[in-house]
Write a protein that binds this ligand. Structure first.
Ligand SMILES: [Zn+2]
Length: 152
């Protein structure tokens, strides 16, 4: 992950949405915004977080707001989805994940979907046991990467 989080200047309003660990990463940016007297809001995502609250919060933001979302990868994925649904484009937001990023791989033989940590080159299929090599071929439909038979 990238820890080089920089403040995109000149926005009308800054939104910081993070879990308790993530907010620490955003603190330097929050300090800059505070010092500059720019308007901002913070929302903390807790363990018992209700996504609807974030969704409503994001939906009521005005044009020209810029979102920083920082959370553990799996939570971040959800946040990104909520932000996109609320109309935030890639230019309106920065997403910073930390921790282990899990991806899905689907088996070329049985089409079962297994989960592995990103960067892990191969894994046995959870369903048929075939050793799979994770390819770059991503299927939007399955939200998974195609796994080929690993060459031994
Ligand atoms: Zn399989």
């Amino acid at each position: 992950m990238s820890r080089n989080i920089t403040l995109v200047p000149g926005k009308r309003h800054y939104l910081f949405c993070a879990d308790e660990e993530g907010i620490k990463l955003l603190q330097p940016l929050i300090d800059v915004v505070k010092d500059g007297n720019v308007s901002y809001e913070i929302q903390i995502v807790k363990d018992n977080w209700n996504p609807i609250l974030s969704s409503e919060w994001l939906s009521m933001q005005k044009m020209g707001s810029f979102l920083y979302a920082t959370a553990e990868w799996n939570v971040l994925k959800k946040l990104k989805q909520l932000a996109e649904d609320a109309g935030f484009s890639e230019e309106d937001a920065q997403y910073i994940g930390y921790g282990k990023e899990l991806i899905k791989v689907f088996c070329c033989r049985c089409h079962g979907i297994s989960i592995l940590e990103k960067g892990q080159p191969e894994r046995n299929c959870e369903y048929c046991g075939l050793l799979l090599e994770v390819s770059d071929h991503y299927s939007q439909l399955r939200d998974a990467f195609l796994g080929y038979v690993a060459k031994l």
